[in-house]
Design a protein around this ligand. Structure first.
Ligand SMILES: [Zn+2]
Length: 259
């Protein structure tokens, strides 16, 4: 009886394979939030108005607001890869997501440039570089589902007035960045997936890919840009506004229904 009740409840909120998202409608959908960096890994850091601002703290605040807001939707479970200001390697984060049944992995970051290039500003979303996937158990089409989610996120962040980050020319289409693995040191170090295609540069995407978990990395704004910082990052209220935009985009992509 319990199972029947759960299935019936799930009808209005299901995300289905027809959407290119999941093989089976998860009940609940487990979204793993990854507040980037933490502990001794500060991420970007820049001084604004005499105070050193650490990316890890901005990411944490956005992720906490995002968690709270997503939990106002039906059939959503949120897991967080770090519980406070602690060091965790990206491999451990992916392992945690897999061990805890994540259906999706969303990494929360902010961008930075050298101060002497501080006109660079805006939002972007990092997505899988190609269509190879190790497993279709969780999601039949990681490339298209992450592409759609990323576009929803970009639409919402741009609606707040954030510009489209134009970093990574050649790899960037409207703020959707797909970066192949090509480390300094030359092509010999390039990693490949088993089908011979070049692997993802960003380890959050590459490591979760090994578990078949779709992942995106949201780079909200440039901590190194004074205007981005002042307008979007300089208070908890502003960070909450970013989180609310993310939540609405995720809800749209996953057809979530409010409690
Ligand atoms: Zn970061």
């Amino acid at each position: 009886m319990l199972m029947a009740a759960v299935v019936a409840f799930n009808v209005s909120t299901s995300v289905t394979a027809a959407d290119g998202f999941f093989m089976t409608a998860p009940d609940p959908i487990v979204i793993c939030l990854d507040p980037g960096h933490g502990g001794s890994a500060d991420g970007a850091k820049y001084e604004h108005n005499g105070t050193m601002i650490y990316e890890k703290d901005l990411n944490w605040t956005i992720a906490c607001y995002l968690k709270d807001e997503l939990l106002t939707y039906q059939n959503v479970e949120i897991i967080m890869v770090r519980d406070g200001d602690v060091d965790i390697e990206n491999q451990e984060r992916a392992d945690y997501a897999a061990e805890n049944g994540a259906d999706y992995y969303i990494s929360i970051h902010n961008n930075a440039k050298d101060k002497n290039a501080d006109t660079t500003r805006g939002c972007m979303v990092l997505c899988p570089v190609g269509r190879f996937q190790y497993s279709t158990d969780i999601c039949p089409n990681i490339y298209d589902s992450t592409d759609f989610l990323a576009k929803c996120v970009m639409d919402n962040l741009c609606a707040l007035g954030l510009g489209v980050g134009d970093d990574f020319p050649g790899l960037n289409e409207g703020g959707i960045v797909r970066r192949p693995y090509s480390p300094d040191g030359g092509a010999k170090q390039t990693r490949e997936y088993p089908d011979g295609t070049v692997a993802d540069y960003y380890s959050q995407i590459r490591f979760t890919e090994e578990y078949g978990i779709p992942a995106i990395v949201i780079e909200h704004a440039y901590i190194s840009n004074d205007d981005d910082y002042d307008e979007y990052l300089s208070s908890d209220e502003k960070l909450k506004t970013l989180a609310m935009a993310d939540a609405e985009a995720i809800a749209k992509a996953f057809h979530l229904v409010k409690n």
